[in-house]
Design a protein around this ligand. Structure first.
Ligand SMILES: [Zn+2]
Length: 278
């Protein structure tokens, strides 16, 4: 009985060590803390968005009375797509960190779900900026959203292959996520050209650059495994590269939310005059 128990324990531990992208044996509570912190941050953001939605809806009713003059009824669902995508990704990630050590099979499945969740979050991140920036240019809007959705589906397909979940493909996974993120440069430059002269667009683009830097720095920590590779064992509980990676992901996501808010306010107050805000 004891032997059997030991076998199961060792097997689980081996599976955990082989597939766990964190590498530290005792940092799961801290990682869950960061995941939960991230998710709660977005729940608060979502509640704030809902409040703003209802608040501005109420204000819109007074629009005829001339309280806000040129405010337009711009859809908020693209922003909600991002919030739902981000919260889903963080929730899946937290679940994966909690349960992946159950068994070898669970480990593979949960990390695949985690990677699929990250891809879905990247695709969801594209929806609000592309929608608002190309509000008056439906063909470009549909083309860019279709392209990133197709790219996301391809990446999910590649990541769902069992071999891609192994630590050996850490750099390959990071490269796929970075490629998805960097593909946003094309619509960003196109939107800048179309909306040249609008300060809100410059501000939103600057925020998106900050977001890109945050994700890139986070990806560097994820791949390089700094600082634990310099002092093995010292950062098992606090300061592990995977924790730093998640902090930068959260910073990037919050920065993106602010950029989306800038674009939404700009469309509502100034630039929804193309008449396609439906
Ligand atoms: Zn994680």
């Amino acid at each position: 009985m004891l032997t059997s128990h030991c076998k199961i324990t060792i097997s689980h531990w081996t599976a955990y060590r082989r597939v766990n992208i964190c590498g530290g044996k005792s940092n799961q509570p801290m990682l869950l803390f960061f995941h939960e912190l991230s998710r709660k941050g977005f729940v608060v953001g979502s509640a704030n968005a809902s409040w703003q939605t209802s608040d501005l809806s109420g204000v819109a009713n007074h629009d005829a009375a001339g309280l806000l003059g040129g405010r337009r009824d711009v859809p908020r669902w693209p922003r909600m797509v991002f919030l739902v995508g981000a919260m889903s990704c963080l929730a899946i990630s937290a679940t994966a960190h909690l349960l992946a050590c159950h068994s070898r099979r669970a480990s593979v499945v949960f990390w695949q779900m985690d990677y699929a969740g990250i891809s879905a979050m990247i695709v969801a991140s594209f929806v609000p900026p592309v929608y608002y920036a190309f509000l008056c240019h439906p063909p470009a809007r549909v083309a860019y959203l279709s392209a990133i959705t197709a790219l996301g589906a391809l990446v999910v397909g590649a990541l769902l292959s069992p071999s891609c979940s192994s630590p050996r493909f850490r750099r390959f996974r990071a490269a796929l996520f970075l490629a998805m993120g960097l593909s946003g440069v094309v619509p960003a430059l196109h939107a800048l050209w179309l909306n040249w002269g609008h300060v809100a667009c410059y501000l939103a683009l600057a925020l998106e650059v900050v977001m890109g830097l945050a994700y890139a720095v986070g990806a560097w920590f994820y791949v390089s495994r700094v600082p634990e590779k310099w002092r093995p064992g010292v950062f098992d509980v606090v300061g592990h590269s995977h924790q730093i990676f998640h902090v930068f992901v959260l910073v990037g996501a919050v920065t993106h939310y602010v950029a989306v808010d800038v674009l939404l306010n700009w469309r509502e107050t100034v630039a929804a005059a193309c008449g396609t805000a439906s």
